[in-house]
Design a protein around this ligand. Structure first.
Ligand code: NDP
Length: 458
């Protein structure tokens, strides 16, 4: 294979690409990777990691208030957005450098520059062409903005992480992960928050009880939620304020300082040269791949958000590892994505794994549903009217647990462990036979007794 400079050329230094490059190099392949922005990708630079840091920051306002119920006298607290952003930037820079140094340590050649695929075995970076036996597209995605008049005045999550100041009156458009997460962050840090969503209930695709519960808890925090509402146009007034015309259930014109669009993401394929290289994309622009991440061009693979499937970092990492193992390791490997837990870092957060009630009913004749809705011990003294929801979905016939859902403090931490049990095929009897850990909220998962049985024909 000496005719190729590299055996594996990875385009994109995000979670999926970096993992694929390092594993391939570990298998002994000659590997290069190119990144046009900063190593780490969306997750590290302007996604999961900075988001979680902002979520921690936002939580302190409630913690200070709740502390009084536990005997603390807390003087009025003040918050500095520039301080938080500077600290966040420092951590992101550290992680990005770590990504690069780990790549080098693994023996990967690290390039800076946007890559273009010239043909099935050639990649161009900064005007220089490299030949490669295999190419991996791992360029991720970017925010999608619908085209309405004045959309140029709207921000996306990309810009939110680097605003010079905390905006005061914020409108968030969308009802998905990013919308509810930023609503909790900005509200917790002191902004007035309105969320406008076109659908009937936030977080389409999640369990209906989870969706309802989060809506109620967000409303308790004074987040104004407009459902079945759309944005008609955005105008910037002479004062600098944004005048937003809203249609739907609560029509009217309202003034905001910042409008954040969180209306989904679109695969990053522009300028990649895919058409020229003959790589097929779907109607949404996602690179089409088979179970092994292979495109219609046999030497070109793709993983992660650019394939427009499950847009989650751990999924891209699995897919990247599977491609590297397939090409340079043990042989054909498919990423096992049969059980993918997911978290929404809303306030309170959501943790979920397996089927929602509605999804389970589509697949199983009858299901048992167990639910607990309670005030956690912490809230007994904090005085906060926050409730926790826990829900299990069980196949009535086999008694296998099909789904576990939680809205409440630490839900993502708790659900990670339950994902192992569910992946292993645990039954409700296994959950019941597990000794509780007291006093926790998580113990409710092993003490649920009252069930409702639903059949597909109810
Ligand atoms: P989501 O797909 O979660 O949500 C998009 C939202 O925008 C939906 O409510 C959708 O409504 C709405 N929408 C779409 N198009 C329009 C439009 N033209 N006008 C008005 N509303 C519109 O995307 P996000 O942007 O929130 O996040 C992108 C992806 O990133 C997520 O799907 C997730 O995979 C990942 N992510 C994961 C996180 C985590 O794991 N915690 C955190 C953040 C992001 P409708 O429901 O009607 O389609």
């Amino acid at each position: 294979m000496a005719e190729f400079k590299y055996q594996f050329f990875v385009v994109g230094g995000g979670s999926g690409g970096v993992r694929a490059a390092r594993i391939a190099a570990g298998h002994g392949a000659r590997v290069a990777i190119a990144e046009g922005y900063r190593y780490g990708g969306t997750c590290v630079i302007r996604g999961c990691v900075p988001k979680k840091l902002l979520v921690y920051a936002a939580h302190f306002s409630e913690d200070f208030a709740d502390a009084q119920g536990f005997g603390w006298s807390v003087p009025p607290a003040s918050f500095s957005w520039p301080h938080l952003i500077a600290a966040k930037n420092q951590e992101i820079a550290r992680l990005s450098e770590l990504y690069e140094s780990n790549l080098r340590r693994s023996g990967v050649e690290v390039l800076h520059g946007a890559a273009r695929i010239v043909d099935a075995h050639t990649v161009e970076v900064n005007g220089q062409r490299f030949s490669a036996e295999h190419i991996l597209i791992a360029t991720g995605g970017r925010p999608f903005l619908p085209s309405i008049p004045g959309i140029e005045h709207a921000l996306t999550s990309n810009e939110m992480f680097d605003l010079p100041q905390l905006p005061q009156r914020v409108l968030i458009v969308g009802g998905g992960y990013i919308a509810v997460e930023f609503a909790g962050i900005l509200k917790g840090l002191g902004a007035q928050l309105t969320l406008c969503y076109r659908g009937e209930k936030l977080l389409r695709g999640f369990d209906d009880d989870v969706r309802q519960h989060l809506h109620e808890e967000m409303t308790k925090k004074d987040i104004r939620i407009l459902l079945q509402s759309d944005i008609v146009r955005i105008d910037r007034l002479g004062s600098g304020e944004l005048q937003v015309e809203i249609s739907g259930k609560a029509p009217g014109s309202k003034l905001f300082d910042t409008v954040l669009y969180a209306t989904g993401r679109t695969p990053n394929t522009e300028g990649l040269g895919l058409t020229h290289a003959g790589v097929a994309v779907d109607t949404a622009g996602g690179v089409q791949v088979d179970a092994y991440g292979r495109t219609n061009v046999p030497s070109i693979h793709a993983v992660g958000d650019v394939t427009n499937r499950i847009a989650l970092t751990p999924v891209a990492i699995r897919e990247g590892a599977a491609v590297a193992d397939t090409l340079f390791g043990p042989g054909p490997t498919v990423a096992d994505l049969s059980v993918v837990p997911s978290a929404v870092f809303s306030q309170p957060p959501i943790g979920t794994v397996g089927f929602s009630e509605a999804e389970a009913l589509k697949r199983y004749e009858a299901i048992d549903i167990y639910r607990a809705n309670f005030r956690s011990l912490r809230q007994a003294l904090s005085g906060r009217d926050e409730r926790t929801l826990i829900k299990l979905i069980v196949d009535h016939a086999s008694q296998r647990v099909l789904g576990a859902h939680m809205v409440g403090a630490d839900a993502p931490e708790i659900i990670q462990g339950l994902a192992i049990a569910i992946r292993m095929g645990a039954t409700k009897a296994d959950f019941d036979a597990t000794v509780a850990l007291h006093p926790t909220s998580a113990e409710e998962f092993v003490t649920l007794r009252e069930k409702t049985t639903r059949t597909r024909h109810d």
